[in-house]
Design a protein around this ligand. Structure first.
Ligand code: GTP
Ligand code: MG
Length: 374
């Protein structure tokens, strides 16, 4: 396998053709204050009591899905399929690497290079190789080697995770989840998939159309609300996102909903700073329900590689993230970015996106992830 294959990024998987905000251009000061109007009336409200089905993805209608509930087998199959590019890079090459060779220094160097190419991070790759060097006499086969690599990565991730990968819904009514990220990373799609996941678990879900920047954003979320059986709270275009979030939370409290998912705009409105807007949404939610949002997720496009890490740093500093979602892992051979981002940010990865269909969002499970990868 040649390295040129691995450098292929962001090809056709991003429908949204608008420009991503290069993280270095993300300003950190507010250019224009938006008015503090916190409790407007919802202009339109769409209620859907349909149970989450897996008919057609509103965005990729050609993709069919099976049933609402995913069993473990299909869960793993979809994960493996999603990670196939990374797996092709790692496993094939790790296997090739060992063919008729001893585990010597030059092989270890090549292995380290492969791991770095898959975006596992220099530090992690070096420490894995150091460990292999220590025990190399005991490695008999490619399988032994892969098992050791998996074990080492898991150990490193577990240390960082401190057992907090699982989402908790205890003690919240409702639980408010603010979803952030730059333009086109997959926020709205992720919210739709999460809503479907939660309604399948019998939870009552409210979606807040906080991306008021363009009408299409609302429509897109509306389609996901319909499909997932969630309720959409929206205002008209260009209204204050904080006020939409406030109303959605208000409605959720009144209706005893379990979860509120707040969508946000990913790009800067001219002269309005994205971070300030997010902070305002946070303040407003907290006014309506002290402690909300209970979760502030950052959605990252895995195909953007190290740029994703930079985005995570900027958002974390500005709005205090509680977790990450890595999307489009199906579109990259550098799935190892999940490991390096998790390690460097020390934040739990809540979900990973391995495709555009509803079933292609999975709660992150490090062990299953590594098994699908190696
Ligand atoms: N292949 C693949 N595509 C995905 C995944 N998640 C989202 N997408 C696609 O990425 C594109 C952008 O997704 P959106 O959900 O609109 O992204 P967004 O962050 O809400 O974008 P803005 O609202 O413009 O900021 C869509 O075409 C999605 O179908 C994934 O896990 N895999
Ligand atoms: Mg969106």
């Amino acid at each position: 396998m040649s390295f040129s294959l691995f450098g292929k990024k962001k090809s056709k998987i991003t429908k949204n053709s608008e420009t991503h905000i290069p993280s270095k251009e993300m300003p950190d000061s507010m250019e224009q204050e938006t008015p503090e109007s916190e409790a407007g009336e919802p202009e339109v409200e769409i209620r859907s009591d349909k149970v989450a089905s897996t008919e057609e993805n509103p965005e990729t209608s050609s993709k069919k899905q099976e049933t609402g509930e995913q069993d473990q087998g299909s869960f793993f199959k979809s994960l493996k399929k999603g990670l196939s590019k990374t797996r092709a890079l790692l496993t094939t090459d790790v296997d090739d690497l060992l063919l008729g060779r001893k585990i010597d220094e030059s092989l270890l160097e090549e292995l380290e290079e492969k791991l770095i190419t898959a975006d596992l991070g220099v530090e992690t790759s070096m420490s894995i190789v150091a460990r292999i060097r220590e025990v190399r006499g005991r490695i008999q086969s490619g399988e032994d080697l892969k098992a050791l690599i998996r074990e080492e990565i898991l150990r490193e991730m577990d240390e960082e995770n401190q057992g907090q990968t699982q989402e908790s819904f205890m003690g919240f009514s409702p639980k408010v989840i603010l979803v952030t990220g730059v333009n086109g990373v997959g926020k709205t799609t992720t919210i739709g998939k999460m809503a479907a996941l939660y309604t399948r678990q019998g939870k009552k879900v409210i979606l807040a159309a906080g991306d008021t920047f363009r009408a299409a954003a609302c429509e897109q979320l509306g389609m996901w609300a319909e499909r997932s059986g969630a309720t959409l709270i929206r205002h008209k275009e260009n209204s204050d996102p904080a006020s939409v979030a406030f109303d959605a939370l208000d409605a959720a409290i009144a209706r005893k909903a379990d979860i509120v998912l707040v969508d946000t705009a990913g790009r800067l409105h001219n002269k309005v700073n994205l971070m300030e807007e997010l902070k305002k949404i946070r303040r407003t939610l907290d006014k309506r329900m002290p402690g909300a949002p209970h979760e502030t997720l950052l959605v990252l496009d895995a195909t953007t590689g190290q740029n994703a890490l930079r985005q995570a740093e900027i958002f974390h500093e500005a709005v205090g993230l509680t977790g990450l979602v890595l999307t489009k892992l199906d579109g990259t051979a550098r799935g190892g970015i999940v490991v390096s981002i998790q390690k460097q940010m020390g934040l739990p990865i809540r979900y990973i996106g391995v495709g555009e269909s509803m079933e292609d969002l999975q709660p992150f499970d490090a062990k299953a992830f590594l098994e699908a990868m190696f």
